[in-house]
Design a protein around this ligand. Structure first.
Ligand SMILES: [Mn+2]
Length: 227
């Protein structure tokens, strides 16, 4: 099966489909949030070859110490691509204007796709509502989905009830270790909160993690144990 996801009008133009046959290894990486040093350590560990591909789940920026450094690293390397996270979206909308922001950063965030797909894989920042068709989702929903029929961090989470057909890779909701399910893989392991930065190796079905050395307080009620 190789089914291209069908989004609604507002989203489809911001959906990027990859043919991956010509790529080597493929990694999907969780929320970085301006943590350039830990990202550099992860990329060093992965020993990328020229034909490898790294897909970020968004939220490259905000909260951590070096957002521009993360942007520069990702923009300057054509092997690194990202979907847009809700933190990039806040800047695109003008709701946030951090003092590190350069005008070209906003244009870059605007250029980021809302969804990336290949094979049966779908990468979005937040997630999807299992009770509705993909075509019904707005950009905002795909970027912020957490508990569509529940209550924020109390759940139930969208991925508790999602049964495919896609395998959705997402960030946005911080977990103390990756969510690993048949149809949902959660990669935000809170590197900016003293957790880890996680990469999933798609070809080998393996997780790589790098320990963070930065630390920002986050209430335990906002870190989810997927077990
Ligand atoms: Mn995030």
């Amino acid at each position: 099966m190789n089914t291209k996801p069908q989004f609604g009008n507002g989203v489809e133009a911001q959906h990027e489909r990859f043919k991956i046959d010509s790529y080597g290894k493929i990694y999907i990486v969780g929320d970085v949030h301006g943590s350039r040093k830990i990202l550099e350590r992860l990329l060093t560990d992965l020993e990328l070859a020229g034909d490898d591909l790294v897909v970020f789940v968004g939220d490259l920026v905000r909260k951590g110490p070096d957002s521009p450094g993360v942007i520069d690293l990702v923009r300057e390397d054509s092997r690194l691509v990202s979907v847009r996270g809700n933190n990039e979206q806040k800047i695109v909308r003008g709701d946030k204007n951090p003092d590190w922001l350069r005008e070209s950063d906003r244009e870059y965030f605007q250029s980021l796709p809302v969804a990336i797909s290949f094979d049966e894989v779908l990468v979005v920042h937040g997630g999807i509502d299992p009770q509705r068709s993909l075509a019904d989702h707005t950009v905002e929903e795909l970027l912020t989905m957490r508990s569509p029929h529940g209550d924020g961090y109390d759940g139930p989470f969208w991925y508790d009830d999602y049964e495919g057909p896609y395998r959705v890779f997402f960030g946005h909701t911080v977990h103390d270790h990756p969510v690993e399910r048949e149809h949902a893989v959660g990669l935000d392991t809170g590197c900016v909160y003293g957790g880890t930065l996680t990469a999933y190796d798609y070809r080998n079905d393996e997780f790589h993690t790098v320990e963070a050395k930065t630390h920002q307080e986050r209430a335990n009620s906002k870190i989810v144990d997927p077990a």
